[in-house]
Design a binder for this molecule. Structure first.
Ligand code: SF4
Ligand code: SF4
Length: 525
C-alpha cells in the first residue's frame, strides 16, 4: 500500500494504482479525455498533467503509477498553464458548432473549457481544417469527424471489448481523422457504447440525437429488461416520456457497457401502451373504472373456483414482473384461488439470440426470480397450455402480453378456449386483444422493485415518474385483487412486499433493500 500526498491530502492506495485513480479516491478530479476506467491506458490527450515532486517534467496522471512517498500537485500555476495549452491545442481545428451539436450539455470540451480554458482562440477561423460531418457509419452511430479530438477511446473499445476493430485513424498531422474502413460499417452488438464513451460530439446516437436537450432530462437508476443479464442502466426521461438508456458501471454484471438491443428497450415504456382499464363485451371494448373492474375480476375468478373447482382456474405469471410482484402473484394463486395451475415461460417470440459478451437468449429480466419464488417454467407451462387447449381452464389471470413463443394467431386460438381472461399488462398485443378484462399496469419506468438476473443477482430498479394515464402500480393492483378475493393485505409498496418475501423465501432470506444496495446482492443458492 504505497502512501502519497495529493494537494496536501494523504492517501494510501493499492500497489499499481495510478495518480489519477488515487486522486479520485480523495475526491480530486484530474481532467482527462482519453482515460476510461474500463479501457487500456493510452496517455495521449495530455489533459491529466500534474506536478510530481522530484520529477523534472509534468507527468500524465492516468499512466503514472503511485510510488511510496510521492508528492503530487494538481493545481499549480505550471499545471494550469500546461492544461490550458493542451485544451487550446485540442480546440484549434474544432468547429465550435455547439449550438447545433447534440453533445452540448454533456460535452467534455465545453465542460473543461469553462474550467481550464476561457481563452480566446489565437487561430483564424478560416484556417481550420474541415472534415466530414454527419456520417452514418453503421450501428447506432453518427460520426462528425471534425469534432474528434483523437483520444482513441472508440478505437480501444472496438479493439478490447468487441474485438471488431471497425474504427481507426487515417491521414497524418492536423488531417488525422477517425473513420471506418471503406465499405465496412460498424458491425457489432454494442455500437451505442461509442456515443457514451466519446468525450465530445464526434460520435453521437442516431436514436437520441436532437430529440431532447440533455439538461432537460432527469435520470433514475434502473435495470435493463431486454434479457436475463440485468445490465445496470440509467433511464433518462422528461415528464412521462423515456428518451434513452445509458449503462451504469457494475463490474459484477455489465462492467460499463450495454448492448444495442437493450438500449432501445426504453421504447416499450412509451409506445403501444395500455393506459385505461377496459372490459370486452360482445367482442367490443368498453371502458371500465378501477373501482368496478377489480371486483369484477375477483368475482369471475372466485365464481369459476366455486362452480368448477380450483383446477379450472389458472394464473400465468410473467418473467417481466419484479420479485415483489411475482411473490404476490404466487400467493394469490395458492392462497386466494387455491389453484396449482401457476406457471410462467421464459420463451418469447423471436430467435433467442445471444453472444459472448452480454446478450443472453432469455429475453426476460426475471426468469430466475420467478423460479426462485417457486413459480415453475418449462413442462409446467406446457402442461398448463395443454389444459387451456383442451378447454379445461374456465378463468385465466394472465400477466404480460405474450403467451410464450406462440404466434399472434396461435395465441388468439388458445385464448378463445377460455370463457374469462383477465390480463394485467403494460402494452397492447395479442393477449389484450383477447382478454375480457384488461388491467393496465405501470411500466418498468413507473414502478420500482427488484429483478434477479440469470446468475442469481438481486438488483433494484426505481420508478422515474408516476404511472401514465390510468395505469396502476402492479403491487397496488394485486393488493386490491387479493383483498377482493378475501385477503386483508396491507402492503404499502414494493419495500413492504420485499420485507415480507425476505422473511419467508429461502433464497432471499435476510435481504433488505439496503443490503441489495446500488450494485445488487447474490440470492442464496
Ligand atoms: S471519435 Fe470520440 S472517442 Fe473516438 S477518438 Fe474521436 S473523440 Fe475519441
Ligand atoms: S445484454 Fe441484455 S440486459 Fe444487457 S443491455 Fe443487452 S438486453 Fe439489456
Amino acid at each position: 500500500m504505497p502512501n502519497l500526498t495529493i494537494d496536501g491530502l494523504a492517501v494510501g492506495v493499492p500497489e499499481g494504482t495510478t495518480i489519477l485513480a488515487a486522486a479520485k479516491q480523495v475526491g480530486i478530479h484530474i481532467p482527462h479525455y482519453c482515460y476510461h476506467t474500463h479501457l487500456s491506458i493510452a496517455g495521449n490527450c495530455r489533459m491529466c498533467l500534474v506536478e510530481v515532486e522530484k520529477f523534472p517534467k509534468l507527468q500524465t496522471a492516468c499512466s503514472t503509477v503511485v510510488t511510496e512517498g510521492m508528492v503530487v500537485r494538481t493545481d499549480t500555476e505550471k499545471v494550469r498553464k500546461a492544461v490550458t495549452g493542451v485544451l487550446e491545442f485540442l480546440l484549434i481545428h474544432h468547429p465550435i458548432d455547439c449550438p447545433i451539436c447534440d453533445q452540448a450539455g454533456e460535452c467534455g470540451l465545453q465542460d473543461y473549457y469553462m474550467v481550464y480554458g476561457l481563452h480566446r482562440s489565437r487561430y483564424a477561423l478560416e484556417d481550420k481544417v474541415h472534415k466530414k460531418k454527419v456520417q452514418d457509419i453503421g450501428g447506432q452511430i453518427v460520426l462528425d469527424a471534425e469534432r474528434c479530438i483523437l483520444c482513441s477511446r472508440c478505437v480501444r473499445f472496438l479493439d478490447e471489448v468487441t474485438g471488431t476493430r471497425e474504427l481507426n485513424f487515417f491521414q497524418r498531422g492536423d488531417h488525422s481523422e477517425i473513420s471506418i474502413f471503406p465499405g465496412r460499417p460498424l458491425d457489432n452488438n454494442y455500437t451505442g457504447n461509442l456515443a457514451d464513451i466519446c468525450p465530445v460530439g464526434a460520435l453521437t446516437s442516431k436514436d437520441f440525437r436532437f430529440k431532447c436537450r440533455v439538461w432537460l432530462l432527469k435520470g433514475v437508476e434502473s435495470i435493463c429488461t431486454g434479457c436475463a443479464r440485468g445490465c445496470n442502466i440509467a433511464a433518462h426521461f422528461k415528464g412521462d416520456i423515456l428518451y434513452r438508456y445509458k449503462p451504469r458501471v457494475n463490474d459484477a454484471v455489465n462492467r460499463a457497457w450495454m448492448c444495442d438491443f437493450g438500449r432501445l428497450e426504453y421504447k416499450k415504456a412509451n409506445d403501444a401502451r395500455l393506459l385505461a382499464p377496459f372490459v370486452r363485451e360482445g367482442g367490443r371494448e368498453k371502458s371500465a373504472s378501477w373501482g368496478a373492474i377489480v371486483p369484477q375480476v375477483a368475482l369471475e375468478l372466485s365464481r369459476a373456483v366455486e362452480r368448477e373447482g380450483a383446477d379450472a382456474v389458472a394464473v400465468i405469471a410473467s418473467p417481466q414482473s419484479s420479485n415483489e410482484e411475482l411473490y404476490l402473484v404466487r400467493r394469490i394463486a395458492a392462497d386466494r384461488l387455491g389453484t396449482k395451475n401457476l406457471a410462467f415461460t421464459h420463451r418469447t417470440p423471436g430467435d433467442g439470440f445471444s453472444d459472448d459478451l452480454l446478450v443472453l437468449a432469455d429475453k426476460n429480466p426475471n426468469s430466475r426470480g420467478a423460479k426462485l419464488l417457486g413459480i415453475p417454467d418449462g413442462e409446467a407451462f406446457d402442461a398448463l397450455i395443454g389444459k387451456i387447449a383442451a378447454g379445461r381452464i374456465r378463468a385465466l389471470l394472465l400477466f404480460g402480453n405474450v403467451l410464450g413463443a406462440f404466434t399472434e394467431g396461435e395465441t388468439a386460438g388458445l385464448l378463445s378456449k377460455v370463457p374469462f381472461i383477465a390480463q394485467v399488462g403494460t402494452n397492447t398485443g395479442p393477449v389484450s386483444k383477447a382478454a375480457h378484462a384488461v388491467l393496465p399496469s405501470a411500466s418498468f419506468a413507473e414502478r420500482g422493485g427488484t429483478f434477479t438476473n440469470h446468475a442469481g443477482r438481486v438488483q433494484r430498479f426505481h420508478a422515474g415518474f408516476p404511472p401514465r394515464g390510468k395505469a396502476k402500480n402492479v403491487i397496488e393492483l394485486l393488493c386490491d385483487l387479493a383483498n377482493g378475493l378475501g385477503a386483508d393485505w396491507t402492503f404499502t409498496g414494493e419495500r413492504s412486499v420485499f420485507r415480507a418475501l425476505s422473511e419467508t423465501e429461502t433464497p432471499f432470506r435476510g435481504m433488505t433493500y439496503e443490503s441489495v444496495g446500488a450494485f445488487g446482492q447474490e440470492a442464496a443458492r
